[in-house]
Design a binder for this molecule. Sequence first.
Ligand SMILES: [Zn+2]
Length: 428
Amino acid sequence: MLETVFDDRTEHQQPDAIGPHPDTLSTFLWNAIIERATDVHLHCTEGGLRVLYRIDGMVHPRIVLPERQGRKLLNQIKTAAGLNAVRSFVPLEGQIHLPHEDHQRDIRVTLTPIQNRESAHLRFLTLATDQWSLPSLGLLEADQNRISETLHTQSGLVLITGGTGSGKTTTMYSLASSMDLSAMTAYSIEDPVEFKLPFAQQIEVDERHGLTMHEGLRTILRMDPDLILIGEIRDQDSAVVAARAALSGKLVLATIHAQDAPGAVDSLHYLGVPSHIIGTALRSVIAQNLLRKLCDCCAQSSPPTQQEQALFSSHGVKIPETLKRPVGCVECNSYGYRGRTGIFEIMTPDPELRQLISRGVHHNELTEFLQEQGMRSVAYDGLTKVAEGVTSTEELQRVCPLTDAASLEPIKHSPDTALQVEPAAAGQ
Ligand SMILES: [Zn+2]
């Protein structure tokens, strides 16, 4: 489709109208939406403007536009985003609002000068709200219930953790959406605001004008909030304010960068929150990662290899008779995958765990305790989803590399419990 839109014949037949015609921008954007791209990258190169899509977390090169067409497209993007089309020597940010009969699509535009040219990044912001539900995240029903119970208490700190691109923000919005926000005072402080959340007052960090995350949080606390959402806790001041707000009876949902659920406790501690406050304020930690789902139309089954069998048994997951593998068809654009699902480990501190956290125990000790309690790890959840045919072994290994019992670096394995936590596996 892109090839048709940017067909060079237009250039030959209409020398005065070189490049994209007036509605090419919307066609260009809708092509990306139809292909389910979350981001479009426009990279200037010697050969022209390279167009790349990010779909289900993976980058796919789509086309290289000749330089003049590329420049024209960039100018159209700038104009639509309310920016001056003249080449800028500083980075620019704007938004495109793409009308649609159901709901408007918002696209965040970032342009940056690259030597004598410009490159751009487009992020599609609006998600259909039906994507914000706890079942659609890939959570087990029992975990959904545990989380709902935690949220129902309407106080304390709930952390969502994982690496960059692990879907933390979507989970935070889904948790918020599972509550009746129309009957609550809900505020968020985000950097930047990724999606619009109905009934929430969303504040965007603007450090150029003195609106830091810490300042935004302090302001929110003066506005009688029931629910506070924090885009990502990154600094000491914000971490301490968030924990104290949770202690004072507010419900605080926040994302934080950590390798796994016990690692979130370390992250808070590292940011200067005293252990006894973490132990008292923390209600739940959800550690997660995202896996691409196999395309239903083309995935094929075959028996697990010996290596795969070893992987399953070393993590205490029943070896399935067959596993599904990616193939590629028209429906999935030959990728073999379509859509993504989360893999999770959920830590809900009981009194004993609270005591351990308050004492400031080391990550390893916390992990061992959670293993003894039978916490389902990210690795275990991932292998279960491979066994169910939701995704493939290679996709799980790509996102969270696991080692089997026969490898040089065996995972910790206790015969007393089938559930293993492998720190390196979570939150990549
Ligand atoms: Zn397919």
